[in-house]
Design a protein around this ligand. Structure first.
Ligand code: C2O
Ligand code: CU
Ligand code: CU
Length: 565
């Protein structure tokens, strides 16, 4: 009788929770990478059609595997009805190749970035980045993993057989409307998927298995762990391997963040356990916790209606099956060799403060960074090529924001003044900044790529926040060449350049008109100076490169490039 009841129970649960084999995106290897973006129809539920987008398929995108130091040639053929862009999240590439909001790909056109892979072995990803539309294009399906391999990783005897002992784990939640269509900027992201699969199940061999985890959700924080609380080894973060594995039972990942994880299943043959996101373990003020804000009065409309919030969510049903031939059975004790940048090496500290936009009633946004919202033609910050900078992030809102910066990998220096725990001591390009006046500081070096015209982005990786303008842009400027513009004035001296605010011009004669122009030649301000050989002028408040034009009454004219940083 008891057995009968038990089997009935088992049957009914199986019936309710139909399980689907975990989809494993295909791979692209080699240096010629061709992506075709298109729309399609996916049946997340049998018989129910949902419009989706994908690269080389109807949903998601292939896992691109790149070798460090190789030169890759990529084509992105946009067959979507929308303009889009394609960003290589975490890769250190020039701003022209970065695929930010400036590098648009109109429908029926092909974008052709080409670059040398400079990053260390790590877990990167790629996704569209058109301003206002990032959430739409990512939620509808365009997102793929990008793995960089290198010689150091190859020497470590890590699991590297994709789909056999190394698995992509792309965590996403989606909201579907009553017509089964994907909703954008929704708080009702009730459908949980891994690699686009609902109620996913997978067989892992009884050996060391490597998980390349991406929190690819639009907003939701992932509290990674296993149902039986077994421990796992974190071996890498966003942009590279750690110096040594860190044993954990939970790992918190903001949207956009990646983790490289080993789990030792060598004595688990025949076991079944689940990969979970432990929403009940998230502190309030993290999207996915019981309350979205730190204070109970801080609300997001619709948030309490989503049953995922504050709950433990099953992501993957795992069965441990027989070992593969020549399995990897040990976890190396040391991993990558690197020296984090020291705080003492910083040239300057830059602060970014997050606030709720005036008039925004709650935690639904919009949010501002340094009191500004994203404006396409406005450069928020300029960084000098070669500079090492500390970025100090101040969160004056009630919710945690995952801050992401392009161009660099950074090292976290402190969280509310405390040094980071071992699991946060590696390479990052996203860091979760908790709410309620928390401060996170990181250090990065801005090397190799400069441009007067194409900026890099920094932004919150909660895609609705980003789309609503919680994003800024920075130019990396090369300082060489700023003084060699032809001058007809002997003894003219203009200093300091680069400047933090104003410049002094010495050696003037006659009546002069001094103009400051934007880099594309628009007049920003103009002053006439007479009876003085020296004058001091304030640079426009927006940082960037300007042209200084000085014209004398006798027709002498000189133009200098001035960097305001
Ligand atoms: Cu993953 Cu600027 O983005
Ligand atoms: Cu990015
Ligand atoms: Cu945010």
């Amino acid at each position: 009788m008891k057995n009968l009841l038990l089997s009935l129970l088992v049957i009914s649960t199986t019936f309710l929770e139909a399980q689907n084999p975990l989809f494993i995106p295909s791979t692209i290897t080699g240096t010629s990478i061709n992506l075709i973006l298109d729309t399609g129809t996916t049946q997340f539920y049998p018989g129910r059609n949902t419009k989706t987008m994908g690269a080389n398929g109807i949903l998601l995108a292939p896992t691109i595997i790149m070798e460090r130091d190789s030169f890759v040639n990529i084509t992105v053929d946009n067959q979507l009805p929308d303009t889009t862009t394609m960003h290589w999240h975490g890769l250190h590439v020039s701003p022209e190749n970065d695929g930010g909001p400036h590098s648009i790909i109109p429908p029926n056109t092909i974008w052709n970035p080409q670059f040398t892979v400079m990053d260390k072995a790590g877990t990167f990803w790629y996704h569209p980045h058109l301003h206002h539309h990032t959430d739409k294009h990512v939620s509808m399906g365009i997102a793929g993993l990008l793995l960089v391999r290198d010689a150091e990783e190859a020497s470590l005897n890590l699991p590297m057989t994709y789909g056999v002992d190394e698995f992509p784990i792309i965590f996403q939640t989606k909201g579907l409307d009553s017509l089964d269509q994907i909703e954008v900027h929704t708080e009702m992201d009730t459908v949980v998927m891994v690699n686009g699969t609902l109620d996913a199940t997978v067989d892992f061999p009884a050996q060391i298995v490597r998980l390349r985890v991406l929190n690819g959700s639009s907003q939701r924080v992932l509290e990674f762990g296993f149902s039986d609380n077994r421990s796992f080894s974190l071996i890498g973060t966003d942009g590279g391997l750690l110096s040594a594995p860190v044993s954990l039972t939970r790992y918190r990942m903001g949207p956009g963040q990646r983790a490289d994880i080993l789990v030792d299943l060598s004595s688990s043959l025949g076991q079944n356990f689940k990969l979970m996101s432990f929403g009940s373990g998230l502190p309030n003020g993290h999207y996915g916790a019981t309350a979205p804000g730190i204070q109970t009065w801080q609300l997001i409309p619709g948030y309490p209606d989503n049953p995922l919030n504050g709950s433990n969510i099953q992501l993957l049903d795992i069965d441990v099956v027989a070992q593969t031939s020549s399995p990897i059975l040990t976890i190396p004790t040391t991993l990558a060799n690197f020296t984090p940048l020291a705080a003492s090496s910083a040239d300057l500290t830059r602060s970014i403060t997050f606030t709720v936009a005036p008039g925004a009633p709650d935690l639904g946004g919009p949010f501002l960074m340094n009191d500004t919202t994203f404006v396409h033609g406005f450069v928020n910050d300029t960084v000098l090529l070669g500079a090492t900078e500390i970025w100090s992030l101040n969160n004056h809102t009630g919710i945690a924001h995952p801050f992401h910066i392009h161009d660099v990998q950074f090292f976290i220096l402190s969280q509310n003044g405390a040094p980071p725990p071992p699991e946060l001591q590696g390479y990052h390009d996203v860091v979760l900044v908790p709410g309620n006046f928390s401060n996170v500081q990181f250090i990065a070096k801005f090397e190799d790529f400069a441009s007067d015209t194409v900026p890099y982005m920094y932004h919150c990786h909660m895609l609705p926040h980003e789309d609503m303008g919680m994003m800024g842009q920075f130019l990396v400027l090369e300082t060489v060449g700023i003084d060699d513009i032809n001058t007809n004035w002997d003894n003219l001296s203009i200093y300091p350049n680069p400047t933090e605010g104003n410049i002094t011009i010495d050696g003037l004669k006659d009546l002069k008109t001094i103009k400051i122009l934007s880099i594309d030649g628009k007049l920003i301000k103009k002053t006439d100076v007479s009876n003085s050989v020296s004058t001091k002028i304030d640079m426009p408040t927006t940082k960037g490169i300007y042209l200084l034009e000085i014209i004398s009454t006798d027709g002498n004219k000189t133009i200098r490039k001035i960097i305001h940083y």
